[in-house]
Design a protein around this ligand. Structure first.
Ligand code: SAH
Ligand code: SF4
Ligand code: F3S
Length: 442
């Protein structure tokens, strides 16, 4: 029999990347091997995101492509997974008959029995029940990276920021047990992994559902002390729940990356309140001051939404002022996207697209100045970098990342590295998006 093959087309956040690795793990257990050629694969998983309309449009275009693909490859099984699948449910199958199976976000760990059942009897096609699967992943992932591992520590979100679809498609917070998380990290260390990212929509809430409000600080410390963990990251932190204890541990433990990602979303108290973020601008500023007190050299990055309903010029100017004052190392900036089913979609005073675009440009201009300034501060310093491989655009240049998650490029010369090697690079030139350097002779 011909070797059966699978493809995965992945969209969205790190949680989706992690889920995709768990789909891959279960497909491997069923005897499928990976193929990039999704036209000819036997099973294709399209793992979707619906956080913004732009993501959905792109994915719908891809699903459309499969109409033609399946005329050629009639036996192909197309599985729609992820947040859009959860949101769209049965209606998506009706609208797009080329989709054979729909897998909701709480069913990732059930994928293998679902596929087996489908292959045997073309059974139920929609599996989007949020309630039935509270099981933990048991580590059957096939990881994409050979040195960095995603470690989900919790699923879902309880925050209900008024713009955000995530709690609606990922369900309520469920934490994994500390034992399982540590066991998964130890197993990955034994397999040669050295960088670990603890994943959750709001990692600072970890363990609250297990009755321990200090659980994230304890988990972070325990993971940072596992032998072989060279770099520990965690995301995403919620400014409301980030506390002094976590900041102190992150600052003190050598293995924890000196990088704080704290999404502020907006700089006006009126808008923060309308977003239901649960903190004020003043509270956020004192959080940044606390991070800088304990970890003065750490990189600080953020997420910002422009054009939230009701955002006036004055409100937006407060965001600009905040960004100028804090000087983030980087900011992921988004145009507010209306998500049906969320409260903000029904707010009055939606902002015209042209205004949102102009605000985004203004914000990016200021942030680019900050990023360049922050990167320039690193000129002349020696940074520890993990080798990611030859640069995408130039195969005679190595690329890698600092603990603060900055991209570094340096000439190959005669140096032979393996992906995942830790090397020391002297930074010689800073740009807005990256650092250039030369390898230090050890
Ligand atoms: N749980 C994480 C990630 C959520 S999604 C967190 O709380 O930060 C990642 C980012 O997408 C958010 O931080 C927010 O800036 C952005 N985002 C979410 N919903 C959005 C929407 N409707 N329109 C535009 N940006 C959005
Ligand atoms: Fe969305 Fe807010 Fe939850 Fe983040 S914390 S996933 S922005 S609801
Ligand atoms: Fe997208 Fe779902 Fe992640 S909506 S951002 S894939 S949690």
């Amino acid at each position: 029999m011909k070797n059966r093959q699978y493809s995965i087309l992945n969209y969205g956040c790190q949680m989706n990347e992690s889920d995709a690795e768990h789909f891959a793990g279960q497909l491997a257990e069923l005897g499928y091997s990976y193929s990039e050629d999704y036209h000819n694969a036997d099973i294709v998983v399209v793992n979707t995101c619906c956080v913004r309309e732009s993501a959905e449009k792109k994915i719908l275009g891809k699903i459309g492509e499969f109409k033609g693909i399946k005329i050629e490859n009639t036996k192909q099984i197309l599985c729609l997974a992820g947040c859009m699948a959860q949101k769209g449910g049965e209606a998506l199958l009706k609208k797009y008959p080329q989709i054979d199976l729909l897998i909701g976000t709480a069913q990732v760990n059930n994928f293998k029995p679902i596929i087996l059942n489908y292959l045997a009897e073309h059974g139920q096609r929609v599996h989007a029940d949020m309630k039935i699967n509270e099981q933990e992943f048991e580590g059957q992932a096939v990881r994409e990276s050979t040195y960095a591992a995603w470690i989900p520590i919790m699923y879902g979100c309880n925050n209900f920021c008024t713009y955000c679809i995530v709690p609606h498609v990922r369900g309520r917070e469920r934490s994994r047990s500390k034992e399982n998380i540590i066991a998964e990290i130890e197993k990955a260390v034994a397999a040669g992994y050295l960088e670990f990212t603890l994943l959750g929509q709001n990692v600072n809430s970890y363990g609250k559902d297990l009755g321990n409000s200090n659980a994230f600080a304890e988990l972070l410390k325990a993971c940072s002390e596992i032998k072989g963990v060279k770099r520990l990251r965690y995301m995403t932190s919620h400014p409301r729940d980030m506390n002094e204890e976590v900041i102190k541990i992150a600052a003190q433990q050598k293995s924890i990356c000196k990088h704080f990602h704290v999404p502020v979303q907006a700089g006006s108290n009126k808008i923060l309140k309308a977003m239901n973020r649960g903190y004020t601008k003043e509270k956020f500023l004192s959080l940044i001051a606390m991070i800088r007190k304990y970890a003065p050299d750490a990189a600080i990055t953020t997420d910002i939404i422009v054009g939230f309903p009701g955002e006036s010029d004055a409100d937006f100017n407060e965001t600009l002022e905040l960004v100028k004052n804090i000087e983030f190392d980087a900011a992921y900036t988004f145009i507010y996207s209306k998500r049906s089913g969320t409260p903000a979609a029904n707010f009055e005073e939606q902002i015209p697209l042209a205004v949102k675009k102009a605000r985004l440009n203004q914000l990016m201009e200021i942030q680019n100045i900050n990023s360049l300034k922050k990167n320039k501060e690193l000129e002349g310093t020696v940074q520890e970098v993990i080798v990611e491989g030859p640069s995408k655009n130039n195969s005679s240049i190595w690329s890698g990342r600092t603990g603060s998650n900055k991209l570094v490029l340096w000439p190959m010369e005669d140096k032979e590295y393996k992906i995942g090697d830790l090397v020391k690079i002297k930074i010689t030139a800073a740009q807005t998006w990256l650092l250039k350097g030369i390898a230090e002779n050890e």
